[in-house]
Design a binder for this molecule. Structure first.
Ligand code: AMP
Length: 174
């Protein structure tokens, strides 16, 4: 598969969920077995030698490819969730969105200081969501944090928000 072929399978939905947003719908790509495998394999290739111990997936589209990547890397999978979803004691980070604030949480005992973490989501836009995830994972005192998203909206420059001290990879650029 080529990036161009995968791009051809990602559906663009104008004005969803609100006016002005060009929503990149990956469901049309995920249903192709070859494309599903490509997404997993391309991420795995990038992190094979990094000693990743935990893949942290962002709710909810980070839960699709994230666990498959974790299994291939011999790592565990940790879900980062919205408030009220995780049943045990949590740590939280709140961040500003265009309208209001949002909060993300991890179980307090989900990560340990020895962990090398790969944060994973489907798409990097303005970077606010991933920035909060980095802060949350760092609060756990882990050894190192890497970031991967399947898609990056280059024109929004979200990567800049994440700082120079974190390696960011993405597979598909718009
Ligand atoms: P941001 O915090 O702006 O980087 O937004 C990233 C989060 O919002 C990710 O979890 C994406 O799934 C979602 N998202 C933002 N913009 C889009 C878009 N144009 N298409 C699909 N998902 C998006």
């Amino acid at each position: 598969m080529t990036v161009q072929q995968v791009k051809g399978m990602i559906r663009n939905i104008p004005d969803f969920p609100q006016k002005g947003i060009q929503f990149k719908d990956i469901t049309t790509a995920l249903k192709h077995p070859q494309c599903l495998r490509w997404m997993r394999d391309e991420v795995v290739k990038l992190y094979r030698d990094k000693g990743i111990t935990q893949v942290v997936g962002l709710e909810s589209r980070g839960f699709i490819i994230g666990p498959a990547v974790a299994m291939e890397l011999g790592a565990g999978f940790v879900p980062e969730r919205k408030p009220g979803k995780l049943p045990a004691e949590v740590i939280s980070v709140s961040y500003n969105k265009e309208y209001g604030t949002d909060t993300v949480q991890l179980h307090k005992d989900a990560l340990s200081p020895d962990d090398v973490v790969l944060l994973h989501d489907d798409l990097l836009a303005t970077g606010g969501t991933m920035k909060a995830a980095i802060e949350l994972v760092r609060k756990c005192g882990v050894k190192k944090v890497y970031v991967n998203c399947l898609i990056e909206l280059d024109f929004l420059n979200g990567r800049k928000e994440l700082g120079d001290d974190v390696e960011v990879t993405t597979l598909i650029h718009y």
